[in-house]
Design a protein around this ligand. Structure first.
Ligand code: UDP
Length: 375
């Protein structure tokens, strides 16, 4: 009988990563993949678009948990995932990234004694005010097998006493970008739809809880409008959380922003988003995934945070951290003056993130984990 592997996902950044591992699992003809979706993200633009465009299989269980305060959301997930795992009886569970779905999945699986593997283990921003950081630390210490995307992440897990459970897999995003880039080039019409010319616009995203706080959001919005005025058009696909926060905290920002050159859109599907990012002059973001995708696409990035878990992007000069209007402006100026060699940035990123072969290594690890569980 083939191994039953549950892939537990629920939020936007996890779907492209899931795609990489499922394709590798199919290529290795290993086991039966069962996708469980917590429903942490349920908006069609944040979920369905990814399943459609990335050709992901229909989840065997859709738990429809939705949003809510951390405790309630995680608690509800824990209860629903436990029941689902008891029903599905998997040989192994795979969790991805650093969301509440990741935490609830790791906790439910390990408490039931089901071996659990963590994709994107060992990342640390060392900022415990980030809910994602608390999830990362807890999940790594719970899981049986840790797939470290980089040497830095592997070394960190060793320092935390988790070296024996760790495997250096390379990063799934590198493979996700390589895979989707070609498909996007063939199928995306987003540049024409928005009337944009390559390198004549910048991209921005903003969604983290820290960025949408009343003390922080107005300043960041002002900085984005200034960036648009400086860089030409700035495309801003708005996350639902940020849209709601703007409506409450800065209801008149849209008019100023439009005059400065900000183009607000709905959240974009993964292919359009990647295509736009790849042709942008610069990226401004508070996202973990987007700052790294920019690097992988050779596009300079300003990360709107004080710290990052993807430290290599900063060390290579591809990414500059900035949190206030003056430092954001200085970071943009630094990138403009640097005249980055995009092909060199891409090559460096691919090298640092494992060459785009993480999926096969992860499937090998899952195979061992599920075999051990069955023996
Ligand atoms: N993304 C997308 N459309 C958008 C914004 C982001 O497809 O409008 C993708 C992006 O390419 C990346 C992922 O969503 O793969 C990042 O998700 P997010 O920024 O929500 O989460 P984080 O990476 O910060 O955890």
């Amino acid at each position: 009988m083939s191994a039953r592997v549950v892939h537990l996902v629920g939020a936007r950044p996890q779907f492209p990563k899931l795609g990489v591992v499922l394709r590798a699992q199919a290529a290795a003809s290993h086991g039966e993949p069962l996708v469980v979706h917590t429903g942490q993200h349920y908006d069609p633009a944040m979920s369905d678009a990814f399943f459609d465009e990335l050709d992901l299989p229909e989840p065997v269980a859709a738990l429809a948990i939705g949003s809510g305060p951390h405790g309630r959301q995680t608690g509800r997930m824990l209860e629903a995932i436990e029941a689902t795992l008891l029903d599905l009886r998997p040989d192994a569970v795979v969790v991805y990234g650093d969301t509440n779905s990741t935490l609830a999945g790791a906790l439910a699986a390990t408490k039931l004694g089901v071996p659990c593997a963590h994709v994107e283990a060992g990342l640390r921003s060392f900022d415990r005010s980030m809910p994602e950081e608390l999830n990362r630390v807890a999940v790594d210490h719970l899981c049986d097998l840790l797939f470290a995307p980089t040497e830095t992440a592997r070394d960190r897990l060793r320092v935390e006493g988790l070296g024996e459970r760790t495997m250096l897999s390379g990063d799934v995003s590198a493979e996700a970008v390589l895979h989707a880039e070609g498909i996007a080039a063939a199928h995306s019409h987003i540049l024409q739809t928005l009337g944009l010319a390559p390198r004549r616009y910048a991209m921005a995203t903003l969604h983290r809880a820290e960025s949408t706080r009343p003390e922080v959001l107005p300043g960041l919005l002002e900085a984005l409008a200034s960036a648009a005025a400086r860089l030409g058009t700035l495309v801003l696909p708005l996350h639902p959380r940020t849209r709601a926060a703007i409506a409450e905290l800065a209801p008149h920002w849209h008019e100023t922003a439009l005059r400065a050159g900000v183009r607000v859109t709905e959240p974009l599907g993964p292919l359009d988003f990647l295509h736009l990012t790849g042709h942008a002059s610069m990226v401004l973001t508070d996202s973990g995934g987007v700052q790294k995708e920019a690097f992988l696409l050779g596009v300079p990035c300003v990360t709107l945070r004080g710290r990052t878990e993807w430290i290599e992007t900063v060390e290579c000069g591809a990414n500059v951290l900035a949190t206030d209007a003056a430092s954001i402006d200085a970071a943009i100026a630094r990138h403009l003056a640097a005249h980055h060699d995009r092909d060199a940035l891409r090559a460096r990123a691919l090298d640092l993130y494992g060459g785009g072969r993480a999926g096969a290594r992860i499937v090998e690890g899952i195979r061992t984990l599920s075999k051990e569980a069955r023996s």
